[in-house]
Ligand binder design. Structure first.
Ligand code: GTP
Ligand code: MG
Length: 678
C-alpha cells in the first residue's frame, strides 16, 4: 500500500441503527474501490466486515471492523460499527479512529433512535456527519419522508446532495444535485438520463445551494446576485460547511446492489474532512493537528484478544511515522514497547506495512501490556484523551459448568475484558458470586459464547443473588443457658443478654455485669458467640445488622465453666432472643438516575413505579432529555436495562448506585423467607 499525505487520507466511521445496512454499505464502498470483488451479504455471512464467527452466527455486527482502502488516488479507512446498543462500545471505538461519521439510515425504517444517537455521539465528539439513506429498493422505503424527519430534527444543517427521482414511489433515477444531472443506476454503473422536471428536486437543489452559500461568504454574494455555482464551487462550499459542522450532506442509494454508492463515495472523498482538516484531543483538552513531522505517537482504540494469535492492538498514529521495530513508551505504564510488525487492517485480515504515518490507522500484535485507550509515544509523555465507553448496565451471576474451571474462567474473563471495555467482572463480597456486567442480554450471550469458543470455558448464568440483610425492631432481654454433664468434666455457661436495635452494621457489644456474675475472662467468648451468630439471621439466613447486645447478668460454675460453654450460651440467647425482637428483612436500595427523552418520561416513570421505585426529582438535561432521579429496590432492577431499551428504543441511559438498606414490605419478605427455607 502506498503512502498518502495527510490531505489525501481520510477515516470514516459508518454508524447507525441496528440493521440499517451499515456493513452492507461498507462492503459496497470496498467493492467500488476494488478491494473486494462482490458486495457481501451479512445475512449469509459473506461480508468482509462482519468476519467474526459471532457475527456470522448472529447475522449482526458485534464489534467494529476496519478496512484500509486505496480509492480515487486517496487512502480511506472505513470503520464499520455495530448498531445494536448491546455492542455500543464499538461505536466509541469507531469514532475514536475517525475524522467523520457516515450515518446509514434505512429508507424503510426512517430516522430511528439508533441514527439519532449516532448523530449525538459523533457531534458530541466534534466529528463531521454525513447521512446515507439506503435500502431504497425495499417496498415502503421513502427518501423524502426521511429528509423531512432529518430537517425536523436537525434543521438547516441538512443538505441533500444525491436524491432519488421517484415515480409511483419507485426510484427512476438518482440526481447528483452538485452537477444537476440525473443518472439511472444499475449496480455501480450509472448512465446519464434526461433531467426530470420535478418541484421536489428543485426544492432539494435549493436546499443545497442555500447551504453552500451560507457556508461561504463569497458564494453568498454570488447566490444573491442570481449567478449559478459551478460544481467545483459547490464542492468547495460543501467541504467548508461540513468541516465547520454547518452542513451534513445527505446521500441515497441501494447498498446491496451498489446503486448510487459510487456517486456518494466520490463526493465524500472530495468533501469530507481529511486527516489534515481534523484534530485529536489530548487528555487536558488541547486539540492538536495530526503531524507527520512530530514526535512518534499513537493511540490504541481497539484490542482483540485471541488465545492463539495473541493480542492485536488497533491504533491511530497521531504524530510522526511509525515503522517496524519502532520503540515507544506507554504513557500509562512507563514501559517501553517494541512494535515488531506493523500492519494495515483489512477487515479480519492484516497486510504488512512499512510505514504508518500520522492520521493513518494500523495494527500491531503481541503488545501484552497495552490496553485500549493507551497512548504510546517516543518520550512517553503524550496522553491522548481516553475513549468514553458506555458503562455496563445489566448483570448476571456466573457459575462454572464444570467444577474446577474457576481459574480458567477468571483468566478468560480478564482477556475478554481487555478486548471489551464495556464488560466488568467482579466478585460480590456480600453474596460471594462472580458477577458479569455488560450492556445487554445479547452482549452477555456473546461473551458466554466467546468464553467457550475462544477459551474452552463453559459457564452457567443465574440472576444475581440480592444481598438482603436482617435486623430487629424492638428490644428483648433473654437468658441463654448451656449446661451439659457428660462423664467427668461438665460444661456450664449462663448469660442474660439484652438485644436492642441500633445504628451499626457491625454488632455493638457491651457488658453491664454486677458483682462478677460472669467472670471478666468469659466476656470475649460471649461476644464471639454473638458475633458469629449475626452471620446468619433467624428469618432467612442473611447477615444481621443494627443490633446492640448487652451482657447484663449470668452465672458460672467454678469447674465446668469455660470459654466454649459461654460462647455456646451466648449463641443460645441469640437464637432464642432475636425471634422475639421483631426481626425484619432489609433490602438494598439504590439511587437511580435515568436520562430519557421528554416524550418518554411518562412511560419510564410508570415502569419505575411498577418496580416499587420512588421518584425524588427531575431535571432538564441536554438535547430535549430529562433526568429522573429516584430510589429503587435493587431486587426489582435486574431486567431494568432490557425494559428501558424496549420502552425508549435504546435512547435512555441510566446508573444505579447502591445507597442504603430499607425494610422489605411484609408480603414480599414472606416470599423471600419461604424461598430461603426451601
Ligand atoms: N432491501 C435491502 N436490504 C438491505 C440492503 N442492504 C442491506 N440490507 C439488509 O438489511 C439487513 C441488515 O444489513 P446489515 O448491512 O447487516 O446492517 P447493519 O446496519 O450493518 O446491521 P448491524 O451492524 O447488525 O447493526 C440485512 O438483512 C441485509 O440483507 C439494501 O440495500 N436493500
Ligand atoms: Mg453491521
Amino acid at each position: 500500500m502506498k503512502q498518502y499525505p495527510l490531505n489525501m487520507t481520510c477515516n470514516i466511521a459508518v454508524l447507525g441503527h441496528g440493521g440499517s445496512g451499515k456493513t452492507t454499505l461498507a462492503d459496497a464502498i470496498l467493492c467500488y474501490g476494488k478491494a473486494i470483488d462482490h458486495i457481501g451479504k451479512t445475512s449469509d455471512g459473506t461480508s468482509v466486515m462482519d468476519f467474526d464467527p459471532e457475527e456470522k452466527k448472529r447475522k449482526v455486527s458485534v464489534s467494529t471492523s476496519v478496512y484500509a482502502l486505496e480509492i480515487n488516488g486517496k487512502k480511506l479507512n472505513i470503520a464499520d460499527a455495530p448498531g445494536l446498543f448491546d455492542f455500543a462500545g464499538g461505536v466509541s471505538e469507531a469514532l475514536a479512529s475517525a475524522d467523520s461519521a457516515l450515518i446509514a439510515i434505512s429508507g424503510k425504517s426512517g430516522l430511528t433512535s439508533g441514527a439519532k444517537q449516532s448523530f449525538l455521539k459523533a457531534r458530541g465528539l466534534g466529528k463531521a456527519v454525513a447521512f446515507f439513506v439506503g435500502k431504497l429498493d425495499s417496498s415502503h422505503a421513502h427518501f423524502y419522508r426521511v429528509i423531512s424527519a432529518l430537517v425536523g430534527n436537525y434543521g438547516a444543517v441538512i443538505c441533500p446532495v444525491v436524491v432519488p427521482y421517484l415515480e409511483n414511489d419507485e426510484v427512476k433515477s438518482y440526481i447528483n444535485l452538485i452537477e444537476n444531472k440525473a443518472y439511472s443506476c444499475d449496480g455501480f454503473d450509472a448512465k446519464e438520463m434526461r433531467m426530470p422536471v420535478s418541484n421536489e428536486i428543485d426544492e432539494m437543489r435549493n436546499m443545497l445551494l442555500e447551504a453552500v452559500a451560507t457556508a461561504d461568504d463569497s458564494l453568498m454574494e454570488k447566490y444573491f446576485s442570481g449567478e449559478e455555482f459551478t460544481p467545483d464551487e459547490i464542492k468547495a462550499g460543501l467541504k467548508k460547511g461540513i468541516a465547520g459542522g454547518d452542513i451534513c450532506p445527505v446521500f441515497c442509494g441501494i447498498q446491496q446492489t451498489g446503486a448510487a454508492v459510487p456517486m456518494m463515495t466520490d463526493i465524500l472523498l472530495e468533501t469530507m474532512p481529511t486527516c489534515e482538516d481534523s484534530a485529536y484531543t489530548l487528555e487536558d483538552g488541547t486539540a492538536c493537528k495530526f503531524d507527520e513531522n512530530g514526535e512518534n505517537a499513537l493511540f490504541v482504540f481497539k484490542t482483540i484478544a485471541d488465545p492463539f494469535v495473541g493480542k492485536l492492538s488497533y491504533f491511530r498514529v497521531v504524530s510522526g511515522k511509525i515503522t517496524n521495530d519502532t520503540k515507544l513508551i506507554n504513557n500509562r505504564t512507563g514501559n517501553e514497547e517494541r512494535l515488531a510488525k506493523i500492519m494495515w487492517l483489512k477487515g479480519g485480515k492484516q497486510e504488512d506495512a512499512d510505514i504508518i504515518k500520522a492520521g493513518d490507522i494500523g495494527s500491531v500484535s503481541k503488545l501484552g501490556n497495552v490496553l485500549t485507550g493507551d497512548t504510546l509515544s517516543a518520550t512517553g509523555k503524550v496522553k491522548v484523551k481516553p475513549i468514553d465507553f458506555p458503562a455496563p448496565c445489566i448483570s448476571s451471576a456466573v457459575y462454572p459448568k464444570t467444577k474446577g474451571d474457576e481459574e480458567k474462567i477468571t483468566a478468560a474473563f480478564s482477556r475478554l475484558a481487555e478486548e471489551d471495555p464495556t464488560i466488568a467482572v467482579f466478585n460480590d463480597p456480600d453474596t460471594h458470586e462472580q458477577i458479569l456486567s455488560a450492556l445487554g442480554e445479547q452482549h452477555i450471550d456473546v461473551i458466554v459464547s466467546r468464553l467457550k469458543s475462544k477459551f474452552g470455558a463453559e459457564v452457567e448464568l443465574k440472576t444475581p443473588k440480592i444481598a438482603y440483610r436482617e435486623t430487629i425492631r424492638k428490644p428483648v432481654k433473654i437468658q441463654g443457658r448451656h449446661k451439659k454433664q457428660s462423664g467427668g468434666h461438665g460444661q456450664f455457661g449462663d448469660v442474660w443478654i439484652e438485644f436492642e436495635p441500633c445504628e451499626s452494621d457491625e454488632l455493638v457489644f457491651e457488658e453491664k455485669v454486677f458483682g462478677g456474675a460472669v467472670p471478666k475472662n468469659f466476656f470475649p467468648a460471649v461476644e464471639k458467640g454473638l458475633r458469629e451468630s449475626t452471620a446468619k439471621g433467624v428469618l432467612a439466613g442473611y447477615p444481621m445488622v443494627g443490633i446492640k447486645a448487652t451482657l447484663v447478668d449470668g452465672s458460672y460454675h467454678p469447674v465446668d465453666s469455660s470459654e466454649m460453654a459461654f460462647k455456646t450460651a451466648a449463641s443460645i440467647a441469640f437464637r432464642e432472643g432475636i425471634p422475639q425482637a421483631s426481626p425484619v428483612l432489609l433490602e438494598p436500595i439504590g439511587t437511580l438516575k435515568v436520562i430519557v427523552p421528554d416524550e418518554m418520561l411518562g412511560d419510564v416513570i410508570g415502569d419505575i413505579n411498577k418496580r416499587r421505585g420512588r421518584i425524588i426529582g427531575m431535571n432538564p438535561a441536554e438535547n430535549k432529555m430529562q433526568e429522573i432521579i429516584g430510589e429503587v429496590p435493587l431486587s426489582e432492577m435486574s431486567d431494568f436495562a432490557t425494559a428501558m431499551r424496549s420502552i425508549t428504543q435504546g435512547t435512555a441511559s441510566f446508573t444505579i448506585t447502591p445507597t442504603r438498606y430499607e425494610e422489605v414490605p411484609a408480603a414480599i419478605a414472606q416470599k423471600i423467607i419461604d424461598a430461603a427455607k426451601q
